[in-house]
Design a protein around this ligand. Structure first.
Ligand code: NAD
Length: 253
């Protein structure tokens, strides 16, 4: 028995990193999974290696047309839709004094607008399925201020806020909505591979955390699995932090 037997999930940004780990784990637990991303070669390879329970679709989360097509294809191919993981995200590092408006808006478009369009787009299909679960991937940068990450932090605070609004509006309809707040996960983003962000010494920086190490994508995937499954049936509008203790408080000693 899988923990997601019979469920159909859309996962955005699933070509690599945490989204890939979620797609693989969800399929192992019995779900049929639609992987979306803009990195088509990587995404297709991940879906092919998962097998028949996975389908890759080009899906730019900024595009309403893409959302309409992806939700319709998920229903056509797998019959219904129960779960959405709004995972796609981009990072841009610049202090407020230097940030270019185009860079700010690009991050907001992907992280914040993408999440809104996702929630809006899946409602009819989830109602038809008798309910559903939406998991919005925010960040520790959506819980605290992070110097140098004004665009990213604003978008992640917005995701946290939208999650509360959605929980209030959609709970009575049988759709649960929660946010996940990872901090320091070993992916291209967490290692600082993104352009404009200095490469992080993952051993050194994360050694100072209470748990003393960087987190792994599978650890976040397990939390997303819990929130996507019926095991979390009484959770909605809540924040789930997964950060090795990063936001527990200052170390005084
Ligand atoms: P990642 O860069 O490996 O994965 C992000 C994925 O999103 C990539 O595959 C990328 O192609 C995709 N993407 C980017 N723009 C897109 C668009 N317009 N439409 C669709 N897909 C798009 O990084 P990750 O760590 O796996 O990030 C996953 C999520 O976790 C992100 O929302 C990120 O902000 C969040 N997060 C990451 C960390 C960390 O330390 N890695 C910490 C907190 C939160």
């Amino acid at each position: 028995m899988g923990r997601l037997d019979g469920k159909v999930a859309i996962i955005t940004g699933a070509a690599r990193g945490q989204g890939e780990a979620e797609a693989r784990l969800f399929a192992e637990e019995g779900a049929r999974v639609v992987l979306g991303d803009v990195r088509d070669d990587l995404g297709m390879a991940v879906a092919a290696s998962i097998g028949e329970s996975a389908l890759y679709l080009h899906h730019d989360v900024r595009s309403e047309e893409d959302w309409t097509r992806v939700v319709a294809t998920a229903r056509d191919r797998f019959g219904k839709l129960d779960v959405l993981v709004n995972n796609a995200g981009v990072l841009h590092f610049a202090p407020i004094a230097d940030i270019e408006l185009d860079d700010y808006l690009r991050v907001i478009q992907v992280n914040q607008v993408g999440c809104l369009l996702g929630m809006k787009s899946v409602i009819p299909a989830m109602l038809e399925a008798g309910g559903g679960s939406i998991v919005n991937i925010s960040s520790t940068a959506g819980l605290t201020g992070t110097a140098g990450l004004v665009a990213y932090g604003s978008s992640k605070w917005a995701i946290r806020g939208m999650t509360k609004v959605a929980a209030l509006e959609l709970g009575p309809l049988g759709i649960r909505v929660n946010s996940v707040h990872p901090g320091g996960i070993d992916t291209a983003m967490g290692r600082g591979d993104a352009r404009g962000f200095e490469k992080v010494d993952t051993g050194g920086v994360y050694a100072s955390l209470p748990l003393g190490r960087i987190g792994q994508p599978l650890e976040v995937a397990r939390l997303a699995l819990f929130l996507s499954s019926d095991e979390s049936s009484y959770c909605t509008g809540s924040e789930f932090t997964i950060d090795g203790g990063m936001t527990a408080g200052p170390k005084l000693a």
